[in-house]
Design a protein around this ligand. Sequence first.
Ligand code: BGC
Length: 873
Amino acid sequence: MSSQPAPVTFEHLLDGLGTGVPEPRLSWTLPAGTGAQVAHEIEIARGGVTERTGRIANSLQILVPWPGRPLVSRERAVVRVRVWTADAPAAPSAWSEPAAVEAGLLQPSDWQARPVGPAWPEDPDSDRQPARVRKDFTLPGPVTRARLYITAHGLYEAEINGRRIGDDTLSPGWTVYGERLRYHTYDVTAHLAEGANTLGAWLGDGWYRGRIGFDGGHRNLYGRDQSLIAQLEVTHDDGTVTVVATDPTWQAATGPILFSGLYEGETFDARLHDPAWSTPDGRTGDETGDETSGGAWTPVAVGERDPRTLVAPTAAPVRCTEEIRPVTVTPRPDGRLLLDFGQNLVGRLRITVDGPAGTTVTLRHAEVLQDGELATRPLRAATAEDTLVLPGAALTWEPRFTLHGFRYAEITGWPGGPVEDAVVARVHHTDMRRTGWFACSDPLVNRLHENVVWSMRGNFVDIPTDCPQRDERLGWTGDIQVFAPTASFLYDCAGMLDSWLCDVAVEQLPDGTVPWYVPVIPGGPQWTPIRPGAAWGDVAALTPWVLHQRFGDLELLRRHFPTGRAWVDLMARLAGPDRLWDTGHQLGDWLDPIAPPDDPAAARTDRHLVATGYFAWSTRHLADSARALGHDDLAADYGRLAEEVADAFRRRYVLPDGRMTSDSPTAYSLALVFGLLDDPRQRRTAADRLAELVLLDDARIATGFVGTPLICDALTDNGHLDVAYRLLTQTECPSWLYPVTMGATTIWERWDSLRPDGTLNPGGMTSFNHYALGAVADWLHRVVGGLEPTSPGYRTLRFRPRPGGGITSATTRHDTPYGTASIAWEQTATGMTADVVVPDGCEGVVHLPGCAPVPVGPGRHRLDSGELDRAAA
Ligand code: BGC
């Protein structure tokens, strides 16, 4: 008798409430030691009817197609699974614990809600005071179930009867609002009761109409209104339903938030706060305004929203995931307080404070200090300043509609009393499930890895951003293109990136051009109009493939295939018959360390070499994707095209003696890793020259965004593992560990964001929290740790640690879609020992240095290289 599977999950969500997918795919894992699944049965209970599929003979466990009729709007189903295994083919396991899924509003006609917001005159070109909206209503009977479907033009935080709904932040997040606006579904049954009730919401400008972007930014990018769209559906014990939807009967007023901006921060006058505002006791119909509620409640303006554009989330929202207390608090002679949280993070402060009414407490934020003061220049026009005006009674406050990237904060106006326990930094990001861990015997490498994790956290804020602190925070395509393999090891980001890729598809131009950043906003002459650029646009062809490999989701690959195909077709047209893409505006090996601070594209590698190299690489991946999707003809066509491009690349960029026209580490790394050199002698020459170049520079890094994710693999796979480790363990600038030695707690945008003399890099673009150069962590996981998938979703996986650099042990763990896989290796006098764990349902191969590969099935295995067959030479 085998044991019970874990509760099923739906699509890539942990919570099945409010799914937008009528046939959500199901996944389950098996407890260790279950044995290989040979059959399963799914049970779906809904509306008092229970249906079972009967025993289905196969080994599918992840993203298994929904076996029943599709869900309809609001329909709830409870799902269980049981399995049969090879060890006990006659006896099913116990049923999994039940898991519930519930559809959101799947039909446009389900929506009655209209956008409602302030009707008072506003100057669209100035900072506007945010509104609150509210509605009193009566429920005619006891409540058995209540759902709130809600979104906004702008940001919202809802309350019912004085209690906050949900714990998400910056909802509804950032999508291409005109085409896709997310709504969330909340179970609010416990918030309501028969009789008088009130639903209210705080509103913020957010990305919708707040000032977004660099060079001064732009307001009103998606509209001038600030509106709530909410539909509360309450089911009573007699089966009747009361619907309360945003409509002309709602009211709007300003409140204690005087201003709120994602970059600027928030100003809150607590004297204007009436905690009862979202209860039936809150003031309504007061046309004159008063000091308690902060403003008059006035009729709302009612706007328009096409309900066909409302979409359900495919990932968890942004939430606070951790709280960090200050490590030090340093009073300044002038009364200011300087707080150090010991970690560069993204979030905001929550403070508990008491003092005379009208006292103003100001919170400023920065990632680094310069001469002992907050260094705010790198923030450019993001002032990142929160202000609280005290009400004259103790209160705990945190801004609502803003986030800052900071390690240090400065408080002005603190009225007295201990600060350490009264201030906490609350870390915010998309609340993804952590799935990957790595540690080794080298503490500096461990801190590097930790920094990568922190930079991922700070920049996975609903969309994958470049940086979280300055007036930018955009979904730069190149950054996530290089970081996606690392990201998908560390966290389950499939749902979040799937959503963002849907926006990439929306923003793709009809000719196939993929924008520099998504969602698209105006960006000055360099970025607008949008032009195609290599390594950035390639996100369309490469990232769906990465997600398919790591999460085993073929539908995701299918969904995004047309975007990648249009991109590759565009490159083919741009390159023309000679197959060389050698035109246009290219960023190339962005941020090569020799590029001057004010010209980050001035790399030592020919940017057109990069463009044609990426053209070949994306085309190859498109061919592989076509094959995986069963489009054999397309696979053959694009496979041929990839060969032609590779051929053109060699003819144009590889010299007769095997050197390349750009004699640079990025050129050789790209040619090697992208498989562009077919002759083994050419590969040898390239690899040896690459190693030589690295050593000539004493293993300091000489690559930018393009070469950095590739160089260690290029060396490792071509006989220069030792040189890869020299690069990894270098601590002098520029190198991966240099920032670590300078106290970095996140990955920097520039190799020398902080220069060896302690001064800030003078470039206008100097972030201390940028994940792109942290893409090396994928190599740490696969090569130092030794864990990698060999088929989609880690159904088969390889444990192949390749130690070096004085590292004597490493532990790597990944929660694959099938369960936990791990390897812990340790060097011994005779070689190494490795403890590996293979998830149930998976097959592994352990490949220890110098030893023949050993196949391993599910479960724990201990291997000792001293006891294994030596590999044939
Ligand atoms: C961003 C990047 C991005 C780059 C492209 C920068 O401003 O921060 O990381 O990829 O521009 O030019």
